[in-house]
Write a protein that binds this ligand. Structure first.
Ligand SMILES: *[C@@H]1O[C@H](CO)[C@@H](O)[C@H](O)[C@H]1NC(C)=O
Ligand SMILES: *[C@@H]1O[C@H](CO)[C@@H](O)[C@H](O)[C@H]1NC(C)=O
Ligand SMILES: *[C@@H]1O[C@H](CO)[C@@H](O)[C@H](O)[C@H]1NC(C)=O
Ligand SMILES: *[C@@H]1O[C@H](CO)[C@@H](O)[C@H](O)[C@H]1NC(C)=O
Ligand SMILES: *[C@@H]1O[C@H](CO)[C@@H](O)[C@H](O)[C@H]1NC(C)=O
Ligand SMILES: *[C@@H]1O[C@H](CO)[C@@H](O)[C@H](O)[C@H]1NC(C)=O
Length: 244
């Protein structure tokens, strides 16, 4: 029921876009900056650039697709921000909008400020998703409690941007952002199993060994999340192996 509703919604969206769509992730919650599932112009016109002006200098074209553009898939900062909990909250996305994502790596970062100078604050340890196959597939994944980067605190009313990156199998990165304003949890729209759920045909996998957690930076920021939310089963297996 839940899944088929979301599937049919997705399919309607997919049909509207097929032909122009050459891409990718959609952040479902909090709301993303806008539809950037566009591929415009030709590679020849852009002389191989990811983004270029047409010969009349009037239109910016994205012959490979807008979502490949760092940091936010070709979308400028928006003013219609979503209130998001001041101690962290849910992030839901649809990762299967394009072929080639039977497996994908997902990253979630925070950019601080109304127009963030960078998106260099990881919120979680990257994880891998496994979809049904390499064709576009429907479905949503949701992390119900993504924490803030460690050591950073916000006040109610502060602005930030959540950046979701999906690495395709060949290693290229798709970008998408949601602009937020921090708010007390009671002032944030309810998150429940209609807007935050995992579709059963998308599974999660870990990609890091425990030793890679000792590498620069990541362990400070994400070890608690890593242990408590995403990867307990993996750790159990890893420890089991070490003990054996
Ligand atoms: C913000 O506005 C754009 C353009 O109207 C829309 O596409 C997008 O979904 C909106 N985002 C939110 C979070 O409301
Ligand atoms: C487009 O811009 C370039 C560089 O500024 C300029 O050389 C060229 O004449 C412009 N073309 C048109 C059609 O305005
Ligand atoms: C947050 O962004 C909105 C526009 O999206 C702006 O009006 C507001 O002043 C910003 N808040 C802060 C604290 O900068
Ligand atoms: C990234 O932005 C933060 C502010 O959000 C700033 O403190 C930090 O120095 C910036 N880092 C880099 C590498 O520019
Ligand atoms: C889930 O939350 C949304 C608002 O975010 C609300 O409109 C909807 O009624 C809620 N659904 C249930 C079953 O509580
Ligand atoms: C979705 O799956 C991930 C990974 O197992 C999990 O951390 C998350 O809590 C799940 N989301 C929901 C809404 O249950």
């Amino acid at each position: 029921m839940k899944l088929s509703t979301s599937s049919s919604r997705w399919l309607v969206g997919a049909m509207l876009c097929i032909g122009l769509v050459n891409a990718h992730t959609v952040i479902v919650y909090p709301g993303y900056r806008g539809n950037n599932l566009h591929t415009t112009g030709t590679v020849e016109e852009a002389e191989g650039l990811g983004a270029a002006y047409t010969s009349d200098n009037e239109t910016l074209i994205y012959p490979y697709g807008m979502q490949w553009m760092y940091p936010c898939g070709g979308m400028p900062t928006s003013t219609n921000r979503t209130r998001w909990p001041i101690h962290g909250g849910a992030i839901a996305m649809q990762p299967g909008w394009f072929q080639g994502h039977s497996r994908a790596m997902m990253y979630i970062n925070l950019g601080i400020g109304t127009v963030p100078p960078n998106m260099s604050h990881p919120m979680i340890t990257p994880f891998e998703i496994v979809g049904p196959d390499n064709d576009p597939y429907p479905g949503t994944i949701c992390l119900p409690q993504v924490p803030l980067p460690a050591g950073i605190e916000f006040n109610v009313g502060d602005n930030a941007t959540i950046q979701v990156i999906e690495l395709a199998q060949h290693g290229a990165a798709l970008y998408n952002c949601a602009d937020i304003t921090f708010a007390e949890p009671e002032d944030v729209a309810e998150v429940n199993d209609t807007n935050c759920f995992n579709s059963s045909h998308i599974s999660f996998e870990t990609v890091f060994t425990t030793s890679s957690l000792e590498n620069a930076g990541l362990e400070i920021i994400t070890l608690p999340t890593f242990i408590t939310t995403i990867l307990p089963a993996f750790l159990a297996i890893a420890y089991g192996t070490l003990m054996a």
